[in-house]
Write a protein that binds this ligand. Sequence first.
Ligand code: MLT
Length: 404
Amino acid sequence: MYKINDNYLKLPGSYLFSTIGRKVAAYSAEHPEKNIIRLGIGDVTQPLAPAIIDAMHKAVDEMGRAETFRGYAPDLGYEFLRNAISEGDYQSRGADIKADEIFVSDGAKCDSGNIQEIFSLDNRIAVCDPVYPVYVDTNAMAGRTGTYDPKTEMWSDVIYMPCLKENGFAPELPKETPDMIYLCFPNNPTGSAVTKDQLQTWVDYANRVGAVIIYDAAYEAYISEENVPHTIYECEGARTCAIELKSFSKNAGFTGVRLGYTVIPRDLKCGDVSLHALWARRHGTKYNGAPYIIQRAGEAVYSEEGKIQLKEQVAYYMKNARTICEGLKEAGYTVFGGVNAPYIWLKTPDKMTSWEFFDYLLGAAGVVGTPGSGFGPSGEGYFRLTAFGSYENTLAALERIKQI
Ligand code: MLT
């Protein structure tokens, strides 16, 4: 008789955004007359930029001609894209990441979930609390997190690093020593950022205790402040302790297109075992790369035209972020984030729990957000709104919130 991976049975409920999707669908079915504004999941709403569409059209045509047709893509991604990433995201910022240290994939969500496969199940993970649920969920699926306590909503073997108003939503070094540290800055869900000096502290710590940092830089394009690092490799010593994950979803609208990459520097070694070699081995077997057409679309992100068009797109969403922050403040809310990230983290009013506020906002204003407690126990009493809606919907949502 076959057996299942019973780690899955330990997982609480369903994936956060699936739960929200179901709740909203049920509410919609009951109230078909209501026009619901979705500022919940961080999904983009602006169409792909013209430079990207042109590149895709061109690549589609190439695929239709025998002389330019392409079959399987190289395991690690096409060189044209890896070169563009290396130059555009690293070398131009003084971070020495070479094209052959980049693994192109079908998205950072998959990579952030899959990367734990190359590490021992004995490793202790440390996560920010609140945190993007994929990091903990995938470690739980693998059997690395111990048992789940529904009362505390915590796993016995996970080191939680509270990110609270008191510490500016930036984690402090943990008291217990972790083996794998998940960091995401600018942060999802709190919208907070850390300075280069703060991040350097983490890099020094990881090198000192022999931990690996899995650094999610998905929201890097939204950084507006000078002293906030765009990549962990701006920090000295990061090449020997950090893996970086990057998405094309948030900066270029690829949520439906799917493209991302992972950087594993060649200096990153566990003893004399190269993590780069392990991930390359994994990538070869379990290929989760992206099609040629999509990789050409990714290349266009780094073209002169693409850069200008995407800067405008980011500015559009950040205008929404400012609108939400200012509007909520006027309405008497306490708000955080929204300066270096497209997320606004607000304190729920009248001591409502995060889920109570979710229901309240949906019922009274027809606005969907994400309950902070869905991201971890320290998110209780908070709520996340995304700036990824259209400007019109963002304004309309604020008007409705002001009126309740
Ligand atoms: C979020 O809303 O937290 C993210 O958009 C979800 C994701 O990127 O998978």
